[in-house]
Design a protein around this ligand. Structure first.
Ligand code: NAD
Ligand code: UDP
Length: 332
């Protein structure tokens, strides 16, 4: 198939690109490089064995997308492009609505114009909000606590309406939990610009001496050891989840929201312990007050992905830490 990946040079998009190319699909990448580096393209080329087709383009530019759809006979789109900082979304909501919601509408218009009606959308577990029960299943109420989560939910709602209006659309919204780790080659991985916000990239920078210590945001939660618990998932498992979703979306019109998580939660201390073993180093840490807006614990009910897509995560926390550290060492 000819598959268009928006945000294809980003963390998750680039990993998905490797798996899709390995499966023999033709991949066409679109990215405006607002949160990725052009070097990722040549690294992808090294992994895949040939340079993927790439357009430096913004998904809000519908005319440019129209010309890309005209040039390539696209069968399906995976829409990764989006901004993902929760904190920035709260201080700059217009930027997030414009990019995440506006960008999605622009893409959908271009798809409609080109009569492409198969879509996989990068959604997030943040759409659920404060857990009313755990694990979150896909029927859990969706009450996002921040602007970022609201943009994801709004796009999901637009997609649901679109599939009601035109039953020929096949749409899968994948609600990712906490992707970490990197491709086994160490050539691509998570490369945040500036100070990392997320736990794993922060830990990597402490291990390599770039940052003096890890701040642990709260050790007084009602969790197994007082620190926050999350459902960390290896980015390659997540990438493989997209291949499974692709096979599903080809055969199942309609709108489907599906969790991609492992179904297991790990605490901050669990992750640090696994990382210290993987990197054979000690992570200096300081306990700080809770980070505003953080939830104590959440994790996925992963059964729907297993039943509908025939997919489940296989890589454990050790592999996540080892591969994440391997990437970080190679790029430093
Ligand atoms: P990322 O920032 O590494 O990748 C996103 C890519 O999209 C970047 O390369 C960026 O340059 C590009 N982009 C952003 N806006 C664009 C635009 N208007 N036009 C063209 N390109 C644009 O992020 P990621 O971690 O790979 O996340 C991919 C998707 O998954 C995002 O939509 C994100 O919200 C979602 N998601 C991520 C996580 C996570 O923790 N990483 C969790 C849940 C959902
Ligand atoms: N966390 C932490 N120190 C950091 C970054 C994160 O203690 O420097 C904690 C955070 O409070 C949460 C967990 O690690 O309990 C995962 O945080 P992350 O930002 O990676 O993911 P999210 O909060 O978006 O699920």
């Amino acid at each position: 198939m000819n598959i268009l990946l928006t945000g294809g040079l980003g963390f998750i998009g680039s990993h998905a690109a490797t798996v899709l190319a390995e499966q023999g699909h033709q991949i066409i990448l679109v990215d405006n490089l607002c949160n990725s580096q052009i070097e990722v393209l040549s690294h992808l080329g090294q992994i895949i064995g040939k340079q993927p087709i790439f357009y430096e383009a913004d998904v809000r530019n519908t005319n440019l997308l129209n010309s890309i759809f005209q040039k390539h006979s696209i069968d399906l789109v995976i829409h990764f492009a989006g901004l993902k900082s929760v904190a920035e979304s709260v201080t700059n909501p217009l930027k997030y609505y414009d990019n995440n919601v506006g960008g999605s509408i622009s893409l959908l218009e271009a798809m409609q114009g080109a009569k492409v009606n198969k879509l996989i959308f990068s959604s997030s577990a943040t759409v659920y909000g404060v857990p009313q029960y755990l694990p979150y299943d896909e029927s859990h109420p969706t009450v996002p606590m921040n602007t970022y989560g609201k943009t994801k939910l709004q796009v999901e709602e637009i997609l649901r309406d679109l599939s009601h209006a035109d039953p020929d659309w096949s749409i899968v919204c994948l609600r990712y939990f906490n992707p970490v780790g990197a491709h086994e080659s160490g050539l691509i991985g998570e490369h945040p610009r500036g100070m990392p916000n997320n736990l794993m990239p922060y830990v990597c920078q402490v291990a390599s001496g770039k940052l003096p210590h890890l701040n642990i945001f709260g050790d007084d939660y009602e969790t197994k050891d007082g620190t926050g618990e999350r459902d960390y998932i290896h980015v390659m498992d997540l990438a493989e989840g997209h291949v499974a979703a692709l096979n599903f979306v080809n055969q199942h019109p309609g709108f489907h929201a599906i969790n991609l998580g492992t179904g297991v939660s790990y605490s901050v201390y669990d992750l640090i312990g696994a990382f210290e073993q993987a990197a054979n180093s000690t992570i200096v840490r300081k306990v700080q007050p809770r980070r505003s807006g953080d939830l104590a614990i959440y994790y996925a009910k992963a059964d729907k992905a297993k039943n509908l897509l025939g997919w489940q995560a296989k890589r454990d926390l050790q592999v996540m830490c080892k591969s994440g550290w391997n990437f970080h060492k190679q790029k430093s």
